[in-house]
Write a protein that binds this ligand. Structure first.
Ligand code: ZN
Length: 159
């Protein structure tokens, strides 16, 4: 038995916030706005994992009205989601994610993002694909108003 999930997330880019993607702090003039650390990539991944087992979304599990999650480390949130998956005897088959950002160049940070995500998912690096692209200066990502991320994930039943 295999299950597929899809996740999508967007956060606004603003001054005076850190830019954290895939658990990596990236030097940039703008950062992502959000209740947690606003790690848009990890949020899309967590939503894909939850979606694969029809467990709702991260807004349901970690409400932004709950002060517990103020500036929360999204790697910890992802680990919690993985524990929910494992409680149901599923494990990650693979995931494929893409971050859409006009700036900065993300390629140098992708190896560290993959390692963080593999660790959080109790998975091997070969199961984690992270890509980055721009939208050619079009739309809100192209105008540097925000960053979006998509993820698809396959879960495997271990029972
Ligand atoms: Zn988010």
């Amino acid at each position: 038995m295999i299950r597929i999930g899809h996740g999508y997330d967007v956060h606004q880019l603003v001054p005076d916030r850190k830019l954290i993607l895939g658990g990596v702090k990236i030097p940039h003039t703008l950062g992502l706005l959000g209740h947690s650390d606003a790690d848009v990539l990890l949020h899309a991944i967590a939503d894909a994992l939850l979606g694969a087992l029809a467990l709702g979304d991260i807004g349901k599990h970690f409400p932004d009205t709950d002060p517990t999650y103020q500036n929360a480390d999204s790697l910890e949130l992802l680990k919690h989601v993985v524990s929910l998956i494992e409680q149901q005897n599923y494990r990650l088959g693979n995931l494929d994610a893409i971050v859409i950002a006009q700036k900065p160049k993300l390629a140098p940070y992708i190896p560290e993002m993959r390692r963080n995500i593999a660790d959080a998912c109790n998975a091997d690096l070969s199961q984690i694909s992270i890509k980055a692209t721009t939208e050619e200066r079009l739309g809100f990502t192209g105008e540097e108003k925000g960053i979006s991320a998509h993820c698809v994930a396959l879960l495997i039943d271990c029972t």
